[in-house]
Design a protein around this ligand. Structure first.
Ligand code: HEC
Length: 111
């Protein structure tokens, strides 16, 4: 019984610990792919393909468009328009994930 209890506690903390680590280590790219952004958008410069690449914009150069981080965040939350349109889908992750995602998107620059 005691053995079972301590085993449970060990497993619990191991789980808590790894989930904290993985949450912190999630990159913008992971969030993009896990969030299925690539169902529509390719980012060829990052090796991300999309079957719909002929219909939706490739984001390889999105960091060069002088769009403010806040505007992209609101756009992805469908709170504001960009180029006169609301985004196709609302972002489903946490605010922290959205911050990491948008910071990463803004680093994507292609000549
Ligand atoms: C169902 C298809 C679809 C999905 C899924 C999708 N988008 Fe979009 N996205 C669009 C469309 C359509 C536009 C507007 C394109 C235009 O203005 O010509 C757009 C525009 C954008 C823009 C602005 C690009 C620019 O140059 O103005 C960004 C940034 C963006 N999406 C990021 C994302 C991210 C991040 C995700 C995942 C959380 C995502 N999109 C998921 C369809 C999609």
């Amino acid at each position: 019984m005691t053995y079972l209890k301590s085993a449970t506690i060990v497993v619990f903390f191991a789980f808590l610990f790894t989930s904290l680590i993985t949450a912190e280590e999630k990159s913008g790219k992971d969030i993009f792919v896990n969030g299925k952004c690539n169902a529509c958008h390719a980012i060829k410069s990052q090796g991300i393909e999309s079957k719909m690449a002929d219909k939706y914009p490739d984001l390889s150069n999105v960091g060069n468009k002088n769009i403010e981080a806040d505007v992209i965040k609101k756009f992805l939350n469908k709170e504001t328009d960009l180029n006169g349109k609301k985004h196709a889908v609302k972002f489903k992750g946490s605010e922290e994930e959205l911050n990491i995602l948008v910071d990463w998107l803004l680093t994507l620059k292609q000549e």
